[in-house]
Design a protein around this ligand. Structure first.
Ligand code: NDP
Ligand code: 8X3
Length: 254
């Protein structure tokens, strides 16, 4: 029987690439995000790959929307085998003392509370099934810090802590918990972080070979395709030219 993966933030970047990869690997998908038109386009694309695809548009920051969406998935008879907690963002790149409170709220509410809300509503069903695999998308910003990364780094450190907590709590229920922590991946991430400044966002990736969303999708598929007795706890994936958070070696031809 085909397995089903629920991916949050599948309208762009890593989430979208993961949906395409998992459809190609024989998964059925539940894809989510706020931009409904994009979900509809993705649904058509994934169906051409042979997947059964449900779309569900909600804001992970809104607990009522999250709870209603997951309840209705369950009423529709879905069994969620894999949850990819991917929806997230950075907003702003200011020093702490200059930080915009709205940016902070967005990051904390999406990256931390959104991940908690989705997990809180999906985990009981996985416990009932006695199986499941949660893949949390953290970041190198959750392992290290860099100037002007302050609140984003804080939220991703929390994802790192939650990843470990979930693994400890859920092992006795037969549920695996893993994390993927990427360095610089060129997606819509920097456009969002820089508040829509396309030119500045492009420059983030100048002079080196950044990761692409498919590199992360590849790792996610690797994690969920290990034998049942194997769990990959944690992966850090960096571009060759980014030896540490906030450090990029440019113009060396890699
Ligand atoms: P993108 O901006 O390309 O994609 C982000 C996705 O998250 C979109 O589908 C967006 O959907 C969704 N999302 C954002 N806010 C919400 C919300 N409130 N409710 C529901 N969905 C939301 O970025 P990436 O693909 O790069 O980012 C995916 C994850 O990877 C994030 O958690 C990010 O922190 C992490 N990451 C990214 C790295 C990078 O360099 N790109 C490196 C390390 C980690 P929509 O707007 O339609 O709601
Ligand atoms: C995004 C990667 O290095 O910009 O999580 O923090 S980084």
């Amino acid at each position: 029987m085909k397995r089903t993966a629920l991916i949050t933030g599948a309208t762009a970047g890593i989430g979208k690439a993961t949906a395409v990869r998992l459809a190609n690997e024989g998964y059925n998908l539940i894809v989510t995000g706020r931009r409904k038109e994009r979900l509809e386009e993705l649904q058509s694309e994934l169906r051409t790959l042979g997947a059964e695809v449900s779309i569900c548009s909600f804001d992970v920051r809104n607990h009522d929307q999250v709870a209603d969406a997951i309840t209705s998935m369950m009423h529709d008879g879905h069994k969620i085998d894999v949850l990819v907690n991917n929806a997230g963002l950075a907003s702003g790149l200011d020093k702490l003392q200059d930080g915009d409170i709205e940016d902070w709220d967005k990051m904390i509410d999406t990256n931390v509370k959104g991940l908690l809300f989705v997990s809180r509503n999906v985990i009981p069903h996985m416990i009932e099934n006695g199986s499941g695999h949660i893949v949390n998308i953290g970041s190198i910003a959750g392992k290290e810090v860099y100037p002007n990364g302050n609140v984003y780094c804080g939220t991703k450190h929390m994802v790192d802590a939650l990843n470990k907590s979930m693994r400890r709590e859920l092992a006795e229920h037969g549920i695996k918990v893993s994390a993927v922590n990427p360095g610089a991946v060129e997606t819509e991430f920097s456009i969002v972080r820089l508040h829509g400044d396309l030119e500045k966002a492009k420059k983030v990736y100048d002079g080196f070979e950044n990761l692409v969303a498919e590199d992360i999708a590849d790792a996610i598929y690797f994690i969920i395709s290990r034998p049942e007795h194997v769990n990959i706890n944690d992966l850090i994936i960096m571009p060759k030219a980014q030896p540490a958070a906030g450090t990029v070696i440019r113009n060396k031809g890699y």
